[in-house]
Design a protein around this ligand. Sequence first.
Ligand code: SAM
Ligand code: SF4
Length: 413
Amino acid sequence: MSPLPATDQRAWLTRPVESGSAAGFGVYLHVPFCHHRCGYCDFATAAVGDREPADVDALYDRYVTALTTDLARQVAAGRRAHVPAAVRGELDDAWPAVTSVFIGGGTPTLLGGARLTEVMAAVRRELDVVAQAEVTVECNPETASPELFDALVAAGVTRVSMGAQSFAPHVLRTLERGHTSDRPIEAAAQARAAGMAGVNLDLIFGTPGETDDDWRMTLERVLTAGVDHVSAYALTIHDNTAFGRAVSRGTMPDVDDDLQRDRFDVAREILGGGGFDHYEISNWALGPARHSRHNRLYWRHGDYLGIGVGAHAHQSGRRRWTTRSTDRYLATVAAGEDPVTGSEELTDQERAEERLMLGLRLRDGLHPGDLPPIDALALEEAMDAGLVETSCGRLRCTDDGWFLLDEAVGRLV
Ligand SMILES: C[S@@+](CC[C@H](N)C(=O)[O-])C[C@H]1O[C@@H](n2cnc3c(N)ncnc32)[C@H](O)[C@@H]1O
Ligand code: SF4
């Protein structure tokens, strides 16, 4: 038996309750620049630390021009696609109201307050950003200052997300981080003093050489940082990074799954003990009001625009992504062309898999009205295997299921 009446097997797509179009609408803008590319990172980044300051300034100006031009074009193209020809030009509301904006990277704060203000002004000019929208900017602790946070707050930024990674100096060195272990806490205090409503610190666990005590100390220090949100990620080794190459040469050990599971449990214990609610596999917050609304949109399979280098967009099962090369992005936009390099239209089956894979990352799982049809026997077997559970009709992962998410979803679809 399916959780949905046979007559309305597509209601999870056409009339979602919390997911899809019911989850809000977001804008993601990618800023690829970093001083140095950390050995573990495979985000779309361009290291600028070795370039002349005047060249870097000119590059940032060109990038902001490209970003705002690309945004204006994509918004206009979307209007043309959505609005019937008869009323084109009269309607200004073909795009949903924006409930969250995320300026990510890379290190967006390298652009400085004035350029980020220009980017936010462009988003507000092109789209209807709701008054209560969450606006997040990613920030590297060494690029932060009280003046920068003042400028961001004045530009309507409500939240900053900073990479702290670890408070153990030797782990920071392994991760090739350029800041001291005290700097993220100092920067978080500066953000708070400027009136930033939300402050997140990112942590990484399972770095080679990190001890259990290093990780416990890191978590205990994060509790003293005055932040309302913590993201803690298990170190992932990507082939195309310095760490990936070191692992394949045999000069760095690969990640140890059992150790990462232990570290994850320690994070749950210490952050939970500090009043943080573990609301998504890698994310903790001081209560529901502090959950990341933009990331929740992703986990709820929502719709969002993606602007900039290597940015992904999703609208009702249609995905598109842009080039990961900053030079190509700048040249393409300057030539008046679309920097898209790929797109796909997902089948209902693929959307079902995605809905489950993303929604089960959240502690509260999926609302029954948002669940794709699931075979009753498959559900029973996944429950018997201890991977998922149901509560008030919601489907969610067990703690073990969170660690075996691929298997849990594989059994359900
Ligand atoms: C775009 S970066 C954060 C912003 C800023 N550039 C910084 O590093 O401070 C997003 C976060 O992803 C996490 N991350 C990146 N690569 C990772 C990897 N290979 N394994 C685990 N976490 C990773 C880090 O915690 C990082 O802070
Ligand atoms: S972790 Fe942050 S600073 Fe390091 S390369 Fe990635 S985006 Fe840049």
